[in-house]
Design a protein around this ligand. Structure first.
Ligand code: HEC
Length: 199
């Protein structure tokens, strides 16, 4: 019984996979047609249904996406008049995150996901990707980056910089600010003590 079952399986499998990879003029055999052919429009198709003949509908004029950040300063890290970067994380972002502590916590979590592959957990720039040949990023623990405005770190994450790719499309705005707060926490953790610095 068992043997004949295996033989049957082998024969069926052979029959189903035997012609794979070969070209054929016949249309494909689809035993269960279910939703194979669907009455639908594909992207950029023409349609007689709408007066403008477009299947892809443009959003009504003036519509704003719910996800979009409409506060320019929060969305870009730039001052209202675009004259420079904001020095500190906007208050509203901190408040909405439930305070600085939870913002930093969230930032630590997101930093671990998005930044450690290159910048490593301490921010010194010795992540796994770097060990496998990616360009070594600068350490966060240098005066130039310690003194960079929060908005500039935010913009670096959003738009990338030189050889660093942009993370704006992947990381939501509030999470990017959270990461900025964690980069600051990292920098403070390794800041030289006042006694060590030459005055
Ligand atoms: C794929 C690797 C990679 C990832 C992931 C990455 N970075 Fe970078 N980062 C770089 C490289 C490379 C540079 C140096 C770019 C250059 O100078 O060409 C850099 C530079 C920087 C700088 C310094 C910019 C300057 O002004 O010199 C900051 C700040 C920074 N990254 C923050 C982050 C943060 C925060 C994240 C996580 C959201 C992140 N990076 C994710 C590769 C990465």
């Amino acid at each position: 019984m068992r043997a004949s079952f295996f033989v049957a399986c082998a024969v069926t499998a052979g029959a189903l996979t035997g012609c794979r990879g070969e070209t054929s003029r016949e249309s494909p055999i689809i035993p269960i047609r279910n939703m194979y052919n669907q009455p639908k429009f594909s992207m950029q198709h023409e349609s007689a249904f709408f007066p403008d003949h477009r299947t892809m509908r443009a959003p009504p004029e003036g519509v704003v996406s719910r996800e979009e950040e409409w506060d320019e300063t929060i969305a870009t890290g730039r001052l209202d008049d675009d004259s420079g970067y904001v020095l500190t994380i906007p208050e509203q972002v901190v408040e909405q995150a439930g305070g600085m502590e939870s913002l930093v916590k969230r930032g630590q979590d997101r930093f671990g996901i998005y930044c450690t592959p290159c910048h490593d957990r301490t921010g010194s720039g010795d992540g796994m990707a770097v060990r496998h040949g990616m360009m070594k990023p600068p350490t966060f623990h240098q005066d130039r980056l310690r003194h960079a405005p929060d908005g500039q770190i935010f913009a670096t994450i959003s738009n990338g910089v030189r050889n660093m790719p942009e993370y704006g499309p992947q990381i939501p705005v509030r999470d990017r600010w959270a990461i900025v707060s964690y980069v600051r926490a990292l920098q403070i953790s390794q800041a030289p003590l006042a006694a060590e610095t030459k005055q």
